[in-house]
Design a protein around this ligand. Structure first.
Ligand code: 3SL
Length: 233
């Protein structure tokens, strides 16, 4: 039986040998939700950067520069990190250089993996189907917040573990904990997350609709994959 594990924070990545695994990076609020949205709406590619300065340089190479620090658009960048900035034709055919506080850092730490995918509630069923049919053991990497665990990424991990429980065995207790949490929350995830740290942060920025959208399952069927350092579908 293939196995599935959950890395609850990128700070725990040193515990995992990812070279033979399929890694799914998840940052529900909001980086991976926004990446899925942009590629579903026709963006050509997303190049993730850990460092904002390196990302900004890409504007001289014809890229849209996107991202945030602490939830706010970075000075000099074209776009922030709201999925609503990447819908319809706003990024169709464009190459995006992207940097975020946690999401792109988690991608950077996952680069050694056999393959790196981008997961969110927005493409949940597509992720699950791919992992079910794939050959590799799986690691779900939760981006968290500055090294700390967060609820929303853990809930997504729990949803994936729950849906694959008859096919992929848990590698340790983190997938079990995530699954139990998801089963408690799934009736009303918005209410369940109302006291979570990042929801409070986003509410302060007045972007409650981003929060609700990012928790909506199966809006898109795309599955972004990292190829030579670039996310494409
Ligand atoms: O940390 C990240 O990668 C972001 O998704 C955080 S925020 O939702 O833009 O605040």
């Amino acid at each position: 039986m293939k196995t599935i594990d959950v890395c609850l924070s990128p700070e725990l990545m040193h515990l995992y040998d990812v070279r033979n695994r399929t890694v799914v990076v998840v940052d529900i609020l909001r980086a991976t939700s926004t990446m899925v949205t942009a590629l579903a709406h026709g963006a050509e590619s997303i190049t993730p950067f850990a460092k904002a300065e390196e990302c900004l340089e890409m504007k001289y190479r014809g890229y849209i520069t996107s991202g945030e620090r602490d939830g706010k658009k970075i000075e000099g960048f074209s776009k922030g990190n709201s999925p609503f900035e990447y819908m319809d034709d706003q990024v169709r055919g464009m190459k995006i250089a992207f940097t975020t506080t946690n999401g792109t850092q988690a991608i950077e730490k996952s680069k050694e993996a056999k393959e790196v995918l981008i997961g969110s509630f927005l493409n949940l069923s597509t992720v699950v189907k791919y992992l079910l049919l794939g050959e590799n053991n799986v690691l779900l990497v939760c981006a968290g917040w500055k090294g700390r665990v967060n609820l929303e990424d853990t809930l997504f991990a729990g949803a994936v573990v729950e849906k694959l429980k008859d096919y992929l065995g848990p590698d340790c207790d983190a997938p079990l904990a995530a699954r139990h949490l998801y089963n408690q929350a799934k009736g009303n995830m918005i209410a369940f997350l109302s006291e979570s740290s990042h929801v409070k942060r986003l509410n302060r920025l007045n972007i409650h609709r981003d929060f609700e959208f990012c928790l909506t399952p199966d809006q898109y069927k795309v599955l972004p994959k990292l190829k030579n350092g670039v996310l494409v579908i």
